[in-house]
Design a protein around this ligand. Sequence first.
Ligand SMILES: Cc1cc2nc3c(=O)[nH]c(=O)nc-3n(C[C@H](O)[C@H](O)[C@H](O)COP(=O)(O)OP(=O)(O)OC[C@H]3O[C@@H](n4cnc5c(N)ncnc54)[C@H](O)[C@@H]3O)c2cc1C
Length: 397
Amino acid sequence: MDYDAIIIGGGACGLMCAVQAGLLGKRTLVLERNDKPGAKILISGGGRCNFTNLYTTPENFITKNPHFLHTAFSQWTVEDTISFFENFGEIQGQEKTLGQLFPKSNKAKDVVAVFTKLMYDTGQDIWLQTEVKSVKKQEEGYVVSFVREGNEQQLFCKKVVFASGGLSVAKLGASDFTVRSARQFGLSIVDTAPALVPLTITGKDATWYASLAGNSVFARVFNDRISFEENILFTHWGLSGPAILQISSYWRAGETFTIDLLPKFRLDELIKSERAAGGKRTVGQMLNDYFTKKMVEALGKYLPIELKIASLSKTDAKCVCDTIHKFIVKPAGDKGYDKAEVMRGGVSTDELNPRTLEAKKQPGLYFGGEAVDITGWLGGYNFQWAWASGYLIAQDL
Ligand SMILES: Cc1cc2nc3c(=O)[nH]c(=O)nc-3n(C[C@H](O)[C@H](O)[C@H](O)COP(=O)(O)OP(=O)(O)OC[C@H]3O[C@@H](n4cnc5c(N)ncnc54)[C@H](O)[C@@H]3O)c2cc1C
């Protein structure tokens, strides 16, 4: 049992790290608390796994230090991800939308199978249902304590990789383990929070949102930091859908954001051409061309949908334009870590060597994947970071 490294976590980062180490002729042991590897990969992208994004740049990530990513992404690129899955798993990528790449088979399990086969071929070990309890420094290395088959055990290793993820979705193995351990080693942590998460609405507006549950609208969602054009989805408790998940990563409690419900058109232009045609239609009839009947009825709470366009005053017309293009939302909160695709924040990049992801203060300790203060947008970016970080660490083991 003489391993070059112990890797804690058999998720995206840990599996990539183990197989890349294996390809370099090294031996690793992966300790995974779940009864199967890659639990999050298996359910990702609705079971289809959006495994990278063709247009990945450091700007698609939230981190205190965007420069940090330049080094990582110059060593493991999107092309490397694509050829890795093509060469080792014959997985052909298929772009769905906005650069999002999925396996042509549409099966996330094909992605996990690439790793399980390579782990076997390169002689890497993985112990499932093995929960690491602590990592402690001991002279030239670290003592890893874990519970396996009900027994407490310990292993010593010179190098230990924390690929144990963040706090999102406890039932898939997530916990505060990585953040807690990093703190114990004196590493600073950027405040953590759920990200890529649905947002809730309570109070007097709640019934309005609930009345629209199931309605989806293509929209531009923005605040003073960022803007996304994708669908939003009304739900019984608030808002979800890709554009909302995206803005959630940039939203802070107590803030508002704005939705342009019709980003491809200009309402003032539409009103102008209706007027030119006599203005006989009502505001509601005009909006019916762009929204569901249910949505138009609901908008009636804020707009004079019964009024004929010809009789709209300047103030009415402004109200129509502002409501559609500048719909202000003040969420009450978010749906929490169990509904969040990722955790924002984590181990500060200041603590890590950008080439190796080794902790500067603790030689031999490495941190990758979601546990680090690097959070991708929705759309395959988070896996790209997980693969890249696993690869980087493996080069140094
Ligand atoms: C529903 C959902 C859908 C998603 N879809 C996509 C998508 O399509 N594309 C995309 O790019 N991203 C997606 N993501 C995000 C992506 O899954 C994560 O960014 C990625 O899995 C992070 O990789 P990781 O290896 O850092 O962590 P994880 O994949 O979470 O792996 C960490 C592993 O460590 C194990 N572990 C934790 N603590 C211990 C311990 N003490 N002892 C032993 N083992 C431990 C956990 O059980 C887990 O298996 C999705 C996330 C969710 C929740």
